[in-house]
Ligand binder design. Structure first.
Ligand code: NAD
Length: 373
């Protein structure tokens, strides 16, 4: 640590399935990181990649600590030490991490640099694709930063089209104002949807006029949270009870239990976060006829553009933003329509439909490959 003391940190990497391609999934730095959570999150990555027809499997990892309590040099040393400890358990054709809660493009670059320096000099540059979500200068893709939220917004516009719901002038509430939450607010504002309440690990704020998404993002970038930004301070309970059209959970899992599901006064929930609905909360939302666009569909824009980044790295290419955005839009709309069609055809929820589409894809691949030898 900066003060010269030594600390031990617990780190994990879970590899759930690599039938369709290398393990793929985020790397989380958070004090609540646990083996069971990461196992569940890595399985979700398998279904997500299968649903999106991306040639990746599912993985997830994390280090259990609070990065807000560490300096940048300390976070760098934790990242490098963890990457070194992972050794060849990760690799451009084997297991490819990406940003998640508490990690960002800079951390992905430290990971890449550490991994590159562990191989023969002549092989260094071929290792760039070991991680996605890097800075653009170091091999990241244009459009990756906002990709997850962009995917959420494509699902929202498809849902709105299907339900003849005019988005202009509508309102949203967003839990979590990090990578996914803040970009979602920015993209919503472009559609004429105002974010009237938001919250993070420091508390919740409401502004019935709608927040200026740019200014709030800038505030978070400088201060690390929404704390101290203008608006009415509200409790978590008041946040969930705020009447709005759209709710985007973009923080952690299991945030919507029975109380939250009963309190929510919205027309649609788009899961920016992974696993934000507790099963009890989900059943209540279903009974209340509030549709949920499930995580493996709604937030799959992130891994989709991660795939584009990986392809660019392997081919030494740099794609224009228009190309990335265009491919993402096509992929998201296609996946949404496929899930929506399946859900209507079978009379099942969008989540069950998304799982079914993903599992059918995996089932078919297993059947075609058969059992070795
Ligand atoms: P982030 O670290 O950038 O932001 C997380 C946000 O959640 C922060 O605003 C934080 O303050 C808030 N938060 C943390 N604990 C909270 C609590 N107890 N109550 C309320 N808010 C809390 O992380 P992110 O990358 O934006 O990820 C958010 C979610 O989206 C996660 O579930 C992640 O797995 C999922 N996701 C992220 C990506 C991606 O590309 N980053 C892709 C797919 C899914």
């Amino acid at each position: 640590m900066d003060d010269g003391t030594m600390r031990m940190f617990k780190g994990y990497r879970i590899q759930h399935n690599n039938l369709l391609g290398p393990y793929k999934g985020g790397l989380r730095f958070h004090e609540s990181v646990s083996l069971d959570d990461l196992k569940a999150l890595s399985a979700m990555m398998t279904w997500k990649c299968a649903l999106m027809n991306i040639p990746f499997g599912g993985g997830k990892g994390g280090v259990k600590f609070d990065p807000r309590k560490c300096s940048q040099p300390e976070i760098m040393r934790i990242t490098r030490r963890f990457t070194h400890a992972l050794g060849n358990n990760i690799g451009p054709n084997y297991d490819i991490p990406a940003p998640d809660v508490g990690t960002n493009a800079q951390i992905m670059v430290w990971l890449m640099d550490t991994y590159m320096n562990q191989v023969d000099h002549s092989q260094k540059n071929a290792q760039r694709a070991v991680v996605t979500g890097k800075t653009v200068t170091c091999g990241g893709s244009l459009g990756r930063n906002k990709a997850t939220s962009q995917g959420v917004i494509h699902c929202l516009t498809e849902w709105a089209k299907d339900n003849r719901f005019d988005l202009e002038g509508k309102t949203a509430i967003i839990q979590g104002y990090g990578n996914v939450g803040s970009h979602a607010a920015l993209l919503l504002s472009k559609l004429g949807v105002s974010t009237i309440a938001t919250g993070d690990h420091t508390g919740y704020l409401r502004n019935s006029e709608g927040f200026n998404a740019h200014k709030l993002s800038e505030h978070c970038r400088k201060n690390g949270s929404i704390a101290g930004y203008g608006g009415e301070q509200i409790t978590r309970e008041e946040f969930f009870a705020t009447k709005a059209d759209i709710f985007i959970p973009a923080a952690l899992e299991n945030q919507i239990g029975a109380d939250e599901a009963n309190a929510l006064d919205v027309k649609v929930v788009l899961e920016g976060a992974n696993g934000p609905c507790h099963p009890t909360g989900e059943r209540i939302l279903e009974q209340r006829n509030i549709p949920i666009i499930p995580d493996i569909l709604a937030n799959s824009g992130g891994v989709t553009v991660s795939y584009y980044e990986w392809v660019q790295n392997l081919n030494s290419q740099t794609w224009e933003l228009e190309k990335v955005d265009g491919l993402l839009e096509k992929a998201m709309k296609k996946a949404y329509q496929r899930v929506s069609f399946y859900s209507k055809e079978k009379g099942i929820s969008l989540r069950v439909a998304a799982y079914a589409v993903a599992l059918e894809n995996i089932k078919q691949a297993y059947e075609e490959r058969g059992i070795f030898p």
